[in-house]
Design a protein around this ligand. Structure first.
Ligand SMILES: Cc1cc2nc3c(=O)[nH]c(=O)nc-3n(C[C@H](O)[C@H](O)[C@H](O)COP(=O)(O)O)c2cc1C
Length: 430
């Protein structure tokens, strides 16, 4: 098979590298395939995984991926992005323990070694909607997002930010007690920790200088590390490029427009490594404002100026630059779903060239939960194109409509009724 992305993306005819186990700290992932966090918005009001949440993780575990990164889970009720977002507490910890057990048993019953399981701990920041209506908590106002400035009470104070690391640490400790292998102090997609990285215009201890803008993430990681045992992985899903010009974007140069500049992300990863992190998950963009950067699509809310494959290229090149510089740190890439059946060849090419340690799959996991099984059993074949994600953005439309989120096309029996009820009805009303 010839590389359909010649000159753009790495490619390997043989995907056997994806079958290799990987040591991550004192844990071992049985292969290089990662289910990226994908929110289903299907938890209970008190934050527990719901029926559809359990169905999703059971299917993913049966699918054989080496690492399952469990979706955004709020650290406080105010931090929830929707009223059904997962939220881990002492009171509902038993349900999260059952979730981990379900993942372990489902994987084992399907004949796999148990995957590494990470929990993504989040503060939704400007996208907080704990009761279904927006209750933004922002790091700073910016004219790219705000037609009118949000009132000062929406701007989180330094004192509240000072308390955040303890809240992340509390969630991390609870996650460790539940049997998770690690916790992600989420710093991507413009949620609170990610927005702070570009808080150039914010006064005080959390804005302006690089040191101030990265303070909460680094303190959050340190607090989680101190609260948990040494084998527990404290990691981060990190935006290394926001796709907004200075002073509103991280990973861009002053006066450099929208060009990627990894100078600051590299400084940050160096600090993370010095703080002892053993795993990193790299991503870019903002799913609400520039989704073509975050999850290149065929059909979406607008027609981007660039070919979607250029979005994939940007993400993989950014990841590769970091992975090559920090070769001892296992790094996971994002943004493979757009490549559909050819994605394993690109993932394998990237890993063979030292451009990442693991291949992270987002939307494909909802469309094709056993994609890993097919790659691992036939490393020389493309994925089944009839099961792949078609990058139609319907999962995101479900999310925006406050519905239950899954693949409307490939899992139609379950999700098409929600799409008809919550998205099409809304469109009919317009
Ligand atoms: C419906 C939906 C839910 C998502 N939920 C999360 C999430 O909980 N946490 C997160 O970090 N990223 C989330 N993402 C982003 C994905 O993990 C991934 O980065 C993105 O879809 C690009 O990868 P892909 O091209 O493989 O889909 C979500 C994306 C979609 C479309």
């Amino acid at each position: 098979m010839t590389n359909p992305y010649e000159g753009l993306l790495p490619f390997s005819q043989d995907c056997s590298v994806l079958k290799k186990p990987l040591k991550i700290g004192n844990k071992t992932a049985p292969n290089r395939l990662v289910c990226q966090p994908m929110e289903g918005c299907d938890g209970t009001t008190d934050g527990r995984p719901g029926e559809l949440t359990l169905r999703k993780y059971q299917r993913l575990a049966e699918g054989g991926s080496g690492l399952i990164w469990v979706e955004a889970t709020a650290i406080t009720p105010q931090a929830r992005a929707n009223p059904r977002q997962l939220w881990l507490t002492k009171e509902n910890q038993d349900s999260f323990k059952e979730l981990v057990e379900l993942i372990h048993t489902s994987a084992r019953n399907a004949g796999w070694e148990t995957p590494v399981v990470i929990l993504q701990a989040t503060h939704s920041g400007r996208y907080s909607k704990p009761d279904g209506a927006p209750k933004p908590i922002i790091a700073y106002n910016n004219p790219l997002f705000e037609k009118e400035l949000l009132p000062p009470e929406c701007i989180i104070s330094d004192e509240e930010l000072d308390r955040m690391p303890d809240l992340f640490a509390r969630t991390a400790k609870l996650a460790e007690e539940c049997g998770f292998d690690g916790v992600d102090i989420k710093a991507c997609h413009r949620y609170l920790c990610s927005e702070l990285l570009s808080a150039f215009t914010r006064p005080g201890r959390y804005g302006g200088s690089f040191e101030n803008r990265t303070r909460m993430l680094l303190d959050g990681i340190q607090a989680a590390q101190s609260a948990c045992g040494k084998d527990f992985l404290v990691t981060s899903r990190l935006n290394v490029y926001d796709g907004f010009p200075y002073p509103y974007g991280f990973g861009v140069q002053e006066g450099g427009g929208l060009d990627v500049d990894l100078t600051e992300p590299i400084m940050l990863v160096e600090k993370l490594v010095n703080q002892g992190i053993k795993l990193l998950n790299i991503t870019m963009g903002n799913p609400y404002v520039n989704p073509h950067v975050n999850r290149p699509f065929k059909t979406g809310p607008y027609t981007p100026e660039e070919e979607p494959v250029m979005g994939v290229k940007r993400m993989l090149e950014g990841t590769a630059e970091l992975q090559k510089r920090f070769s001892d740190l296992p790094i996971i890439c994002s943004g493979l779903s757009y490549l559909a059946e050819n994605s394993p060849f690109v993932a394998a090419g990237l890993i063979e060239k030292g451009g990442a340690a693991m291949a992270g799959y987002g939307r494909i996991t909802m469309a094709y939960p056993d994609f890993a099984k097919d790659i691992l059993s036939h490393p020389d074949r493309p994925l089944d194109s009839g099961k792949c994600c078609i990058a139609c953005s319907k999962c995101s439309q479900l999310m925006r409509a406050g519905s239950f989120v899954g693949c409307v096309i490939r899992d139609a029996e379950t999700y098409m009724p929600f799409y008809r009820r919550d998205v099409l009805k809304k469109e009919d009303e317009k």
